[in-house]
Design a protein around this ligand. Sequence first.
Ligand SMILES: [Zn+2]
Length: 361
Amino acid sequence: MSPIPPPPSVTARTRPPRSFAAFDPTTVDDLDDAALDELPFGVVCLARDGLILRYNLAEGRLARLDPSTVVGRNFFTDVAPCANTEDFHGRFRALAEGTTGGTSVRFSYVFDFRFGAQNVDVEIVRAPGAPRLYLLINRRQFLPERTGPEAREPAPRQSDLVADEAARGILRNRYAERVLSTPVVLFELLANAFDKQSAAQWRTIAHDWGLAAGRRLVIELETAGDDEIPLGDRPMREVVELVSDLLRDQGWGVVTFDLAESARGVLRLEVESSALVARPGRHGRRCHLLAGMLEGVLNHLAQRRLHVEELSCACTTGRPCEMIVVGESRRELAIRLAAEGRSFDDVVATLEAGRADESGG
Ligand SMILES: [Zn+2]
């Protein structure tokens, strides 16, 4: 049997660009909000007077402020008073007013928050032909809160910015992201509604939904703030553990990555106690959303397109859900074989036979 190239090995990857070092800053103004939210470093767009126009997901998590509540405020006076210095605001003003050469300036800085200080690299970029500037912010080091004479006025907490949110039915996690406390059966109800309206499209929609959620999950992993090592610089076993721990802590179940078949160009995933299997004893596969999420994360780790498909689901088998990871070129075949209810070994054998057919002519 010939192996299936290209293997979806998540070990042979280049470093994912968590810092903006590998990012072309002249393109930032062309990105829509969804694209800004997929960048693993902080991005803040300011008017020339310092008014916040855009604020991406990574910056929100790292500053523990909800982007939707900081837009429209003044960055230097309301949101980041620690940046209201000659070193930071002075450079910003000079670039905004065009009194300095070039279209960007890069420097190191220390941000003060009440939950700790952060050593950052900042690049201020003037948007070409538009009256706005972008701050690109890469965290180099997380430090304890500074209390000495070197400490600047710390940034406000979310609860300082907007009071009494809980009383208005707004729940937040420790990164100030708004969250919802709801029974997981909500997902089953959604799936049931699709079964009635558009059963044929449910797999595709749930998978796409998951893929978008997986890209956010990557930002969550990159901005967890426990230390400053990017995912791409960590050993794969550790990264896989981080992914598994995050999903477990969020209540999705326990995902196990089986790398044993990676030499054959596939990976096997197992999901125990999937949150999407509200009650066993049903037919079909219920975890397309989770498969999409895992695909979003694995795409980032591998730095190329992979596909994750659920082969068998706990709702039918009573055993942990089983998923397969294949390269992009095997996507359609894997989807078809999974829909036929084939086993993991059967799918791998068919993929390999297909490859042999192709190469044999
Ligand atoms: Zn399942």
